[in-house]
Design a protein around this ligand. Structure first.
Ligand code: SAM
Length: 362
């Protein structure tokens, strides 16, 4: 058992691989990568097997930008017979280790999607059998102890499965790390799902009442036709929407939106009472990073969510790290205390989403 399996968006395996190698290295844990392009899966084989578990606990998943979900492999991929697959999995697991729940997964590819019906069907008898064997807890608990783990079963086909485990406190609550959201029929663009997912991912639910509260002021740069503005409006915020393009009438009719047909790089609110800055401008990521940092340093927002558009090519991980470092440098130089996280979210494509929250300012 010496591999960590990481799920990412298909096509971003190199970014996911470069990131886990670098960030494991920061913890003095080294290994080599195995991946197949466009499978949305990266294997990180750690040279010292005892370090796999260390890394799974020590490196926060929230610090991995391109990894949606991960697990530590239990053994090699397991070949399954045509019949009695459940028994074969139970036998391979034995009863030495105990897990809270089971995550039956497939890859985020067309083949994986085709297989998901089969794996969902199998999950019912498999869960039952594992509970009976005492491998899984009898019932899923609402609260978990620190070291509690989930069991993963990643099906490559009906005949091949990779088993693994992840620490519940350091993994995604969503299957394969994918939060599937329903497109709100009144939203003017599909982009709306990106901000909806970002709020879900970055802002803890028990803080929504204060941090996503009705009555807060927000600025949306690159707002047209209004998918992101829709998410702010539906939470009762007052929005300054900045874009040369037109905003959806349905949003303007709410009375909560003021539209500014201006360049997003030149606009600033006249008062210091703005809470949120969101930005989805399709612009050079270095320019956007610089702009975001300057809003924060100038006290023009308390929290920001923005996209960094990725340039096609080999160095997309390095590009994001460079942009984040650029922001860190400006904030540190100006004595801003902040937290910053970045994630390649499910509804992101050629971009990553960044969240910055000011904790304390001079
Ligand atoms: C991906 S779209 C935004 C979609 C929007 N977030 C939504 O959910 O409907 C990008 C927008 O950025 C705008 N944009 C690009 N550069 C801009 C700039 N310098 N100033 C203002 N808007 C800009 C474009 O006009 C375009 O409407």
């Amino acid at each position: 058992m010496n591999a960590i399996y990481l799920y990412c968006r298909p096509g971003f395996e190199n970014e996911c691989a470069a990131e886990i190698q670098e960030k494991a290295g920061w913890n003095e844990i080294y290994g080599f990568i195995k991946l197949k392009k466009n499978q949305g899966l990266v294997e990180f084989h750690v040279y010292d097997a005892s370090q796999v578990d260390v890394l799974m606990q020590k490196l926060p998943l929230t610090r991995l930008i391109f990894t949606r979900q991960w697990f530590a492999a239990i053994g090699e991929p397991l070949e399954l017979p045509e019949y009695n697959r459940v028994e074969a999995i139970c036998e391979a697991l034995g009863d030495e280790f105990h897990y809270e729940d089971l995550r039956v997964e497939t890859l985020d590819t067309n083949d994986g999607k085709a297989l998901s019906k089969f794996s969902r069907k199998l999950s019912v008898p498999l869960r039952q059998a594992l509970r009976k064997q005492g491998v899984l807890a009898a019932k899923e608990q609402a609260e978990h102890t620190r070291g509690a783990t989930n069991l993963h079963a990643l099906f490559f086909s009906g005949q091949l499965v990779q088993l693994g485990y992840s620490y519940i406190a350091n993994s995604s609550i969503h299957p394969m790390g994918i939060a599937r959201l329903k497109f709100p029929s009144k939203a003017p663009s599909r982009s709306t799902l990106k901000l909806d997912e970002a709020f879900l991912y970055f802002i803890p639910r028990d803080e929504w009442d204060t941090r996503l509260a009705s009555g807060l002021n927000a600025v949306d740069l690159g707002s047209a036709p209004g998918g992101w503005t829709y998410q702010l409006v539906r939470r009762g915020m007052m929005v300054k929407a900045v874009d040369n393009g037109p905003m959806a009438d349905s949003l303007m009719e709410t009375g909560q939106v003021k539209h500014y047909q201006l360049d997003g790089f030149k606009f600033r609110p006249s008062k210091k009472n703005n809470y949120w800055l969101v930005c989805d401008m399709i612009e050079n990521s270095t320019r956007v990073a610089k702009l975001m940092a300057s809003w924060i340093v100038d006290g023009d927002c308390k929290e920001a969510i923005f996209n960094l558009k990725l340039k096609p090519g080999k160095n997309r991980y390095q590009q994001v790290m460079k942009n984040l470092a650029q922001i860190k440098d400006v904030l540190s130089d100006n004595d801003v205390w902040y937290e910053m996280y970045a994630k390649h979210l499910y509804y992101d494509r050629e971009e990553v989403t960044v969240h910055v929250r000011v904790l304390n300012q001079r």
